[in-house]
Design a protein around this ligand. Structure first.
Ligand code: HEM
Length: 329
């Protein structure tokens, strides 16, 4: 075999093995009913809290962006580390008790087997598809970290950022501009507190004017709705609780809620402008890309094999309670 052919062969093997870590059938023997249990719990949560799905997928995003999809975001008091929940990007995050309820249901049937990181991945898929969005095959096999990275959580993408720093933060975890645009489409449901966008109402970036890329009528509606910094407003004024392509049609009309939303369309000459137009034009185009980008995000640096552990309680590492975690390999 020539040295170049050998090199290509080696690269292919590397490629295959790096994607072969997570698998669809990981829990087939150890927890075959996992998909049904998680789905049932997600549906139940959405029945009492229409935002439950939005809260769950946001957790998965914040998990994967900080030291990979390893459940680190859920740890309240990781020994020797400061919790990611105290990081800037997670202040005021909601829904930990929904994760607890799903985990408890899974533990009842399959004790010590399924990681919290995998539960977030599965719950995100169910949240999207229960609210009208696409479905996809979830890959499993992530294990839970015994550490957290608060600094990483301070540096999560910010709603006050322009396009280049957002693109950089996505690139740093292996996601491109298409992934950035597609994944931001999750802002088709859920709410944001006013403190994250009220700076766009007046004297935007010290200009003495409102943000010129915010539609004036929409701005007035938002100003009326925002009775205080903690008030929560729908991301999507048209279909607030449905997972559809309206996030993108809103951007075309200068009705993106956060600066970080609107810059995807309003940054002149940016490659994201065309991508937004494409997503806005056909729902299936958005759905197809969203599936791919979610799987890609879910593949960010997972712990596998005998790394980490399978937490019994998503908020705590095991040995604080005396457990060692069940090795599923
Ligand atoms: C592009 C960078 C992003 C920025 C700057 C950003 C920022 C934010 C902010 C500021 C909020 C409101 C939080 C609050 O009021 O407490 C929010 C909510 C939300 N984010 Fe993002 N986000 C980004 C990307 C994503 C991605 C990739 C996803 C999922 C794939 C996502 C899903 C959500 C959801 C569903 C909500 C609503 C949560 C709820 O109702 O509680 N976001 N985001």
């Amino acid at each position: 075999m020539g040295s170049f052919t050998f090199f290509l062969f080696f690269v292919c093997i590397l490629f295959v093995t790096s994607y072969a870590q997570l698998t669809e059938n990981f829990y087939e023997q150890t927890c075959p009913r996992l998909p049904n249990i998680v789905r049932r719990e997600v549906k139940k949560a959405i029945e009492t809290d229409i935002r439950a799905g939005a809260k769950l997928i946001r957790f998965h995003f914040h998990d994967c962006f900080v030291q990979g999809c390893d459940g680190s975001v859920l740890l309240e008091d990781p020994p020797g580390f400061e919790s990611e929940l105290n990081g800037l990007g997670n202040l005021g995050i909601q829904g930990l008790e929904i994760v607890d309820a799903i985990k408890a249901a899974v533990e009842r049937e399959c004790p010590g087997v399924v990681s919290c990181a995998d539960i977030l991945a599965q719950a995100s898929k169910d949240s999207v598809d229960v609210q009208g969005g696409p479905s996809w095959r979830v890959l499993y096999g992530r294990r839970d970290s015994r550490t957290a990275n608060k600094t990483g959580a301070d540096e999560l993408p910010s709603p006050f950022e322009d396009l280049p720093p957002l693109q950089k933060k996505f690139r740093d975890v292996g996601l491109n501009s298409t992934d950035l645009v597609a994944l931001s489409g999750a802002h088709t449901f859920g709410r944001s507190r006013c403190l994250f966008f009220s700076g766009r109402f007046s004297n935007f970036s010290g200009s003495g004017q409102p943000d010129p890329t915010l539609d004036p009528t929409y701005r007035q509606e938002l100003e009326r709705a925002c009775t205080g910094p903690e008030t929560r407003v729908n991301f999507d004024p048209t279909t607030p609780d449905t997972f559809d392509k309206n996030y993108y049609t809103n951007l075309l009309a200068n009705k993106g809620l956060l600066q970080s939303d609107q810059v995807l369309f309003s940054t002149q000459g940016a490659e994201t402008v065309e991508i937004v137009r494409r997503m806005a034009s056909r729902q299936e185009t958005f759905f197809r890309q969203f599936r791919l980008s979610m799987i890609k995000m879910g593949n960010i640096k997972p712990l596998t094999g005998n790394q980490g552990e399978i937490r019994r309680n998503c908020r705590r590492v095991n040995d604080l309670g005396g457990e060692t975690g069940h090795d599923v390999m």
